[in-house]
Write a protein that binds this ligand. Structure first.
Ligand SMILES: NC(=O)C1=CN([C@@H]2O[C@H](COP(=O)(O)OP(=O)(O)OC[C@H]3O[C@@H](n4cnc5c(N)ncnc54)[C@H](O)[C@@H]3O)[C@@H](O)[C@H]2O)C=CC1
Ligand SMILES: O=C(O)[C@@H]1CCC=N1
Length: 266
């Protein structure tokens, strides 16, 4: 399988590193073109990837082409590659937030163009990603299965209708930043009480990792797990009530509302 990337920024490079870590594809079978020649050439050289002189050359070279570019530039790029897309049996995989399959087909002026809309997150880099996928009607079952296989190699996958992509962005695409921010905040409190930041980061990250694993492996709900940690009259309930007094749950839901709104107003 030959996999192309148009745009090699944070997200595409995370996908590439994750794929290479599990030998999903040979480095030379990854074709890249991006905005800044010096940057993508250096990245390609470091990992042994094949560089292309243009976005259209990526479409000519690869079977599956990921669109790893910012939403504001997507229309221009689809117009740039639309003739090549017509000529090649290529499957476009768009990770661009807020842009529907129908909008992409319209930009390509081609309802037969094969497109899978996805929403990954940065943890694909360590093969612990969470990716939503939705193919358009032109994508064959085997082609969609190949796309699912790519992202299964990078973590967990879920097929979702497009109407659910905005909430998925908040819960999985953007949420690593919220979770890193939570880890940083908790660790900073550790520094306040005399730990080094390095010690505190490691302690908190392990506590988050263990808690996440627990949620994934138990039949209990997260709320029941909260109760299990709160000893009557103990430390945890004191901290938990202070967290809620400061509006913890409301803050989290407000972050999700703002993310969904931004995704829908792109
Ligand atoms: N960063 C993340 O955690 C996630 C990002 N996404 C989506 O992935 C897309 C890419 O995001 P990032 O990688 O974070 O952005 P980024 O800014 O790191 O990367 C964008 C890339 O596009 C390239 N580019 C600009 N003009 C180009 C052109 N004319 N032709 C080819 N390439 C061009 C840039 O050189 C850059 O490498 C966005 O649509 C974003 O919404 C989705 C899920 C998670
Ligand atoms: O911030 C963004 O727009 C992208 C989408 C999900 C994560 N990063």
């Amino acid at each position: 399988m030959k996999i192309g990337f148009i745009g090699v920024g944070n997200m595409s490079s995370a996908i590439i590193k994750g794929l290479l870590a599990v030998d999903f594809v040979k480095p030379a079978d990854i074709y890249v073109h991006s905005g800044t020649k010096s940057k993508y050439e250096a990245f390609a050289k470091e990992y042994g990837l094949t560089t292309c002189e243009s976005n259209s050359e990526v479409v000519q070279s690869a079977d599956y082409v990921m669109l790893g570019i910012k939403p504001y530039i997507l229309t221009d790029i689809l117009k740039e590659i639309k003739e090549t897309v017509r000529q090649e049996n290529v499957i476009l995989i768009s990770m661009v937030t807020g842009i529907s399959l129908a909008e992409m087909q319209a930009d390509l002026e081609n309802d037969d163009a094969k497109i899978v809309r996805i929403m990954p997150n940065v943890n694909v880099e360590i093969n612990e990603g969470m990716t939503a996928l939705k193919p358009n009607k032109a994508v064959k079952e085997s082609e969609f299965q190949d796309t699912v296989d790519i992202f299964t190699a990078l973590g967990q996958v879920i097929e979702l209708p497009e109407k659910d992509f905005s909430i998925f962005v908040a819960l999985a695409g953007s949420s690593p930043a919220f979770i890193y921010f939570f880890i940083d905040s908790l660790a900073r409190a550790g520094v306040k009480y005399g730990l080094t930041k390095k010690q505190a980061d490691q302690i908190v990250a392990q506590a988050v990792l263990g808690s996440a694993k627990k949620v994934l492996t138990t039949d209990k709900t997260p709320f029941e797990l909260v109760d299990d940690v709160c000893s009557p009259g103990g430390t945890t309930i004191a901290g938990l009530l202070a967290l809620e007094e400061a509006g913890f749950m409301t803050s989290v839901v407000k972050a999700v509302d703002a993310t969904v709104q931004k995704d829908q107003n792109k």
